[in-house]
Design a protein around this ligand. Structure first.
Ligand code: NAP
Length: 286
């Protein structure tokens, strides 16, 4: 029986990245739908849950993606609401690579050390990757702050994290590099999760910082989100800090994404969201 993955993407054009990784993760066939919303996903879910017998349902799975976290969350809720009894298939939620990227980054940051009691600042953390990274850093016991250009947007992201994961994160308005640098006062960890190609911090702001211990940047599109961080840095010691670049943890992100796809086809009732994906990342890191 063929392993079929249905990719539900909230964006008009479904992600090619997610499609390729789905094949590499073990799906025999991937059908990608764009423009999926809570209001139109119902019939798609029925097609997935009513077509195969109980023993065969594990060969059908759903992946939810897209660049808008709130819309993707609404799709996830709508999909789950259609399930009942044994009429369900396994699900993975990873809009914009949020869970797999954040899990890979935080798993590396926490690898071989405790983050408990550390102050972590997620720069431009209002996006999908930043929100999930903030949640996972908090799960590791760090005190978390999230910056963004407009306070209201960061506060909204923090409110979502609180509602969904019970995590308290401080919202900081920091629209300039100088203000983002100021937000790092007393911080031990900085993770940049800004949009691709956006410089958020200058080299001197972290290299001369008195308390920072861990520095990580998710942005793989030049210029670097944090100047002076090497693309492939993986636990590199630089200016007394341990540094991770986007490709440094990107290898784990890709392996994790593929592994999660593979898990979907082992049973028909799995839900892989932030915490489940992070648990898998912790077994793969290092
Ligand atoms: N290394 C990997 O393996 C990997 C995998 C996937 C993704 N990524 C990268 O991870 C990063 C985060 O992804 P994402 O999808 O969460 O990003 P995103 O939603 O595109 O952007 C994240 C945040 O960046 C801020 N931002 C946007 N334009 C800005 C500007 N001109 N100046 C300052 N801030 C700006 C926004 O926050 P405010 O509006 O609140 O300021 C936004 O919420 C991206 O760089 C992405 O390419 C890396």
């Amino acid at each position: 029986m063929k392993k079929l993955l249905y990719q539900f993407d909230t964006d008009a054009l479904p992600s090619v990245f997610d499609n390729v990784v789905a094949h590499d993760g073990g799906a025999d066939h991937v059908t990608a739908y764009g423009g999926v919303a809570a209001g139109n996903v119902g019939a798609l879910v029925e097609g997935a849950i009513f077509t195969r017998g109980p023993a065969d349902k594990k060969n059908t799975a759903v992946f939810i993606g897209g660049s808008n976290m709130a819309q993707a969350e609404a799709v996830l809720a709508a999909v789950r609401a259609k399930f009942f009894g044994k009429f369900r298939v396994s699900l993975m939620f990873d809009c914009n690579g949020s869970n797999t990227t954040a899990a890979a980054a935080v798993a590396w940051l926490a690898h071989g050390r405790s983050l408990a009691g550390k102050r972590a600042v997620v720069l431009a953390g209002s996006g999908p990757v930043g929100q999930r990274a903030a949640v996972l850093l908090a799960r590791e016991g760090a005190t978390v702050a999230v910056t963004g250009r407009k306070l209201a947007a960061v506060q909204a992201a923090c409110a979502t994290m609180k509602a969904q994961f019970g995590v308290d994160a401080e919202a900081i308005e920091a629209p300039t590099n100088a203000e983002r640098g100021a937000a790092l006062a007393g911080a031990h960890i900085v993770l940049a999760t800004g949009a691709a190609g956006i410089r958020l911090l200058d080299a001197g702001q972290w290299q001369n910082h008195p308390t920072l211990e861990l520095v990580a940047d998710a942005n793989a599109s030049p210029p670097a989100g944090i100047d002076g961080v090497g693309m492939a840095d993986r636990g590199v010691l630089s200016h007394g800090k341990v540094v991770f670049g986007p490709l440094g943890f990107g290898a784990l992100k890709l392996a994790l994404h593929r592994a999660c796809i593979g898990r979907l086809f082992e049973r028909n009732d799995l839900v892989l969201d932030a915490e489940e994906i992070y648990a898998i990342a912790k077994t793969m890191v290092g």
